[in-house]
Design a protein around this ligand. Structure first.
Ligand SMILES: Nc1ncnc2c1ncn2[C@@H]1O[C@H](COP(=O)(O)OP(=O)(O)OP(=O)(O)O)[C@@H](O)[C@H]1O
Length: 608
């Protein structure tokens, strides 16, 4: 090798010397030239070896690309989260330990710089001493959690209403740190007796942003075959669904300029079946109908009937239609695919292709199906409406001679008006074709919801498209009683706060649920329900009322009579307008809506 370098340098020096005076031969120049040549030679040699090695490994590897937002992308991400030492880790800065770490820090209670030390300590410990498979280039980003936003709203109010407790201040600081390998960093995971390499790339090569939708996973296996990758993907899928058994995946339509595709949204905790309270037997018979349908594929096939079933849930707002569908999807272990007919840019073609892309065995949900086509004005039989209070946002007109009463929605702000047909570009015939489409998925449960069944064209609601109609009315006394008992049930109140649905499910799975609630609670539930006449108030309004007395069932019973006599007020307990708090005596808890969220209107008014 030295001989080669000497020869080359001599050659260049002689050229150089001839070009000048012919006698310049400095030793320094000669050494310098040798160094340059040596460096060039080594760089060239290294590249050649690398390229040869790459050609060799590429030739013996099988590689696949998976583009987000394809579902497989999320299966593999979840798999990496579990099996790769550092990949897509989420840490709560406010928590002192992470389940991934399995160890508790000794700086409990302290915050600030320690949090950052905690993360770097974690990364350091993970890299050392097994650094070979761990990426050393990480992307660390912070994200304020949702709780933080809620707490922020709370803070705005609390500033007006009084001092914040320390706990609430803490909530406001919740920040989540995401640690994931940087783009182009290769991660390796052991899969059976093979190593699978996974690299994240940006589909858009110009962008360095970790934009979810633009990411591509490159998975490869040395000396593997396509079957290796397929079984890796299958394992990732199986693990994903085992781990997500307490969640429901929700897909929604994502508009692109040329087409429309399903995008997986964030998973949601499943809604416990028992938490949806309907008149006796309704839930069970609907569940049975769905289960029978899903089991009857051959029956449909032999008779040449498309294996699809449609359900129309109609009736009063806040009566549990959406809640029931989400609990049902969890019970049947089906993903929910939501089509919003009011989406801007949606047209017949896009809707059709969307429904064609719908997977077999899924729950397809079209909410407020009346909105896409007609304005909200409706005729109802007089006897049907006579015993109902007129909701605040409605007005009755004079009964007509044919015995019907017009119930009209009062004019709402623009954000509440139903999108009109012209803006969505969907026609009734387009919708019908999409639902009946030849290539549509099999084993699909279509759920349509509306508050205004009368607005729905008969062609849409006829059997074959909507085979089962279920009316959701205001609460019966039985529902009011069951809601009360469920709400204050001991299993939710151990700490005075309702536990998450996930906790409830776990408790139930472990068989620790005490099904027989205390007699006292049952008696209180009866007293509560007896004050509420059948079909006068929605379950969501009842839930909102109970939220005012989250930890105080006794007062909830005592006050309910007055609440009913006062017209079952559903207005916010605190209204802040013109910079003044209207009712200071009520605690902030009372601001919570039925679903526990904070009333946005009140906050907006205050902020303004
Ligand atoms: N039957 C019910 N059982 C339990 N909770 C209910 C029931 N009905 C309503 N709720 C509660 O009221 C809130 C609104 O319910 P949901 O969205 O299911 O009503 P909806 O009938 O779909 O209303 P809308 O027609 O306005 O969409 C939820 O927080 C839910 O917990």
């Amino acid at each position: 090798m030295l001989w080669v370098l000497n020869y080359i340098s001599e050659f260049f020096l002689s050229l150089f010397a001839r070009g000048r005076t012919g006698s310049l031969r400095s030793a320094t120049l000669s050494d310098g030239l040798r160094i340059i040549l040596a460096t060039t030679f080594f760089a060239f040699a290294q590249r050649t070896v690398n390229s040869a090695f790459k050609v060799f490994t590429d030739g013996l590897s099988v590689t696949a690309e998976i583009h987000a937002p394809d579902e497989i992308y999320y299966w593999i991400e979840a798999y990496l989260l579990k099996h790769s030492s550092v990949s897509n880790i989420s840490l709560d800065l406010d928590k002192q330990s992470s389940p991934d770490l399995g160890q508790k820090e000794d700086n409990e209670g302290e915050r600030g710089d320690d949090d950052y030390w905690y993360i770097f300590k974690y990364i350091w410990e993970t890299i050392w001493p097994t650094g070979k498979t761990i990426p050393r280039t990480l992307t660390i980003s912070s994200k304020r959690t949702k709780t933080h936003l809620d707490a922020q709203k709370k803070r705005v109010l609390k500033r007006r209403l009084g001092d914040m407790t320390e706990k609430e201040v803490d909530e406001g600081r919740k920040i989540r740190i995401n640690i994931r390998p940087s783009l182009d960093v290769v991660q390796r995971v052991q899969f059976g007796n093979r190593i699978i390499q996974v690299k994240t790339q940006n589909t858009d090569s110009r962008s360095r942003l970790m934009d979810e939708e633009k990411r591509t996973l490159i998975i490869s296996s040395f000396l593997g075959t396509p079957t290796t990758l397929m079984s890796f993907i299958r394992t990732a899928k199986d693990e994903y669904y085992v781990n997500s058994s307490s969640y429901v995946s929700i897909y929604s339509a994502h508009m692109r300029s040329y087409a429309c595709e399903w995008i997986k949204g964030p998973t949601r905790n499943i809604r416990p079946w028992e938490s949806v309270i309907l008149p006796t037997g309704v839930k069970e018979s609907l569940l049975k109908d769905c289960q029978d349908f899903l089991d009857e594929h051959d029956f449909y096939l032999k008779r040449g009937v498309p294996h699809r079933r449609g359900y129309l849930l109609y009736g009063e707002p806040g009566s549990g239609k959406s809640s029931f569908i989400s609990a049902l999807a969890a019970k049947l272990k089906l993903d929910i695919h939501i089509v919003s007919l009011g989406t801007r840019g949606m047209d017949d073609d896009k809707l059709n292709s969307l429904l064609q892309d719908c997977p077999d065995k899924c729950l397809l949900l079209m909410e407020d199906i009346d909105c896409a086509f007609k304005s909200r004005s409706v005729s109802r039989p007089a006897e049907e409406t006579s015993n109902l209070p007129i909701p605040e946002n409605m007005e009755h007109e004079q009964p007509k001679s044919n015995g019907t009463t017009i119930v009209k929605r009062k004019k709402m702000s623009s954000s509440h008006t139903a999108p009109d047909h012209s803006s969505t570009g969907i026609t009734l015939s387009g919708l019908l074709n999409a639902i009946d489409g030849v290539g549509s998925s099999e084993g699909r449960l279509l759920f349509c919801t509306t508050n205004w069944k009368e607005h729905i064209d008969e062609a849409l609601s006829r059997p074959g498209r909507c085979d089962v109609w279920v009316e959701f009315r205001y609460a019966t006394q039985q529902q009011a009683r069951e809601l009360f008992v469920y709400f204050y049930s001991a299993r939710h109140l151990s700490d005075g706060i309702q536990k998450s649905p996930k906790d409830l499910v776990e408790v139930k799975i472990n068989g620790h649920v005490d099904q027989t609630e205390s007699e006292e609670l049952q008696t209180m539930g009866k007293r509560f329900a007896s004050a509420i006449p059948d079909y006068t108030v929605s379950v969501s309004a009842l839930q909102g009322y109970l939220m005012r007395y989250k930890r105080d069932p006794v007062t909830a019973v005592e006050e309910v009579q007055d609440w009913v006599l006062g017209g079952c007020s559903q207005s916010p307990s605190i209204a802040i307008g013109n910079g003044a708090v209207q009712n200071q005596s009520i605690s902030v808890n009372r601001l919570a809506n039925g679903d526990g969220s904070i009333n946005g209107d009140a906050i907006l008014q205050e902020e303004a």
